[in-house]
Design a protein around this ligand. Structure first.
Ligand SMILES: Nc1nc2c(ncn2[C@@H]2O[C@H](COP(=O)(O)OP(=O)(O)OP(=O)(O)O)[C@@H](O)[C@H]2O)c(=O)[nH]1
Length: 301
């Protein structure tokens, strides 16, 4: 039997549930899921097998109105992912409906849609009454000619199998792109940095996680099979450093323990994790920070 393989981009507003859907499709945790918005910065791929088809997911940053430089880089990465993909899935939150952000994405979709199949997935259907869904899917299909419409709950798993089966038939015929057992192609250093950033995001307040970044500085393989990982958390102000450290270093200690536990489970080996906080007022403007995150640095303000 012939094999199939292709790239699938998940697009949608921040918080639409892209990471949750990706994790469910792939069946392993490869991306960050938190209740805070704008957590996904890099284009993380997950690979799922469905019959003889290989589905390579590109999890894009949330699409939103770009204001600052970092915002613009994230939006460019998101649309870049969609333009490279064979199939695009637009996620819309059932209970929020057609927001301004969704309208903007629909406008942008017209451009990247050429030659690509675009499916609509109305997510979080567990949050609404089913009769409300009909009007919403009709309105969305009036605005864009979606190839298919799925009503799903990424969190509960409703409709996800149907969507995956449809995707399996949509991706082009061809050899598989990744070894079957590979679940994520992110470099381990980046996975380690993302893990720490996820723990920081869970513990800190709204604005702060957005103003910090984590980099893996050093990764040392030890003879006993363990790894020593040194990471730097860059913040933009002295005051933020104190917040990240917490009273008597409590916050950073908790972050470090939680990140280490996750990494040990993921890598199945002992990890020694060392975190350091540095103030770097301009990191949001520094090009190296962007390449570390897998983003392109854009000139201008
Ligand atoms: N009730 C409900 N909540 C969901 C569902 N799918 C996702 N969520 C929640 O919505 C929030 C955002 O989900 P994410 O998967 O992080 O969203 P995202 O689109 O990847 O967000 P960004 O990374 O910010 O772009 C999380 O708290 C999820 O648990 C769903 O089907 N039902």
């Amino acid at each position: 039997m012939s094999t199939r393989a292709g790239f699938i981009a998940l697009i949608g507003e921040p918080n639409a549930g892209k990471s949750t859907l990706l994790n469910r499709m792939v069946g392993a945790k490869v991306s960050i899921v938190t209740h805070k918005v704008q957590t996904t910065r890099t284009r993380i791929r997950g690979v799922a097998m469905e019959g003889d088809s290989q589905l390579v997911f590109v999890d894009t940053p949330g699409l939103f109105q770009p204001r600052r430089r970092l915002d613009r880089a994230m939006v460019a990465a998101a649309w870049g992912g969609a333009a490279d993909a064979d199939v695009v899935i637009l996620l819309v939150e059932a209970h929020r409906g057609i927001t301004e952000g969704v309208e903007r994405i629909l406008d942008g979709l017209q451009e990247v849609a050429q030659g690509r199949r675009v499916a609509l997935a109305v997510n979080k259907i567990d949050k609404v009454q089913s009769d409300a869904l009909l009007g919403l899917t009709r309105d969305l299909n009036d605005r864009f000619p979606f190839a298919e419409t799925y009503m799903i709950s990424a969190e509960k798993g409703y409709g996800v199998d149907d969507l995956r089966q449809w995707l399996a038939g949509e991706v082009p015929e061809g050899p598989w792109l990744y070894p079957e057992d590979q679940i994520a192609d992110l470099p381990l250093r980046m996975i380690a940095a993302e893990t720490t950033r996820e723990k920081l995001t869970l513990r800190l307040h709204q604005e702060l996680p957005y103003q910090l970044t984590v980099e893996t500085e050093n990764w040392e393989e030890r003879k006993d099979g363990s790894a020593k990982i040194d990471q730097i958390i860059y913040v933009i102000r002295d005051g933020h450093k104190g917040i990240v450290l917490g009273k008597k270093g409590e916050t950073i200690k908790a972050v470090s323990q939680a990140a280490r536990a996750d990494l040990e489970a993921f890598l199945d080996r002992k990890i020694h994790l060392f975190l350091q906080v540095k103030v770097r007022p301009n990191w949001l403007e520094e090009s190296e920070r962007y390449s570390e995150m897998g983003l392109e640095f854009k000139d201008g303000n």
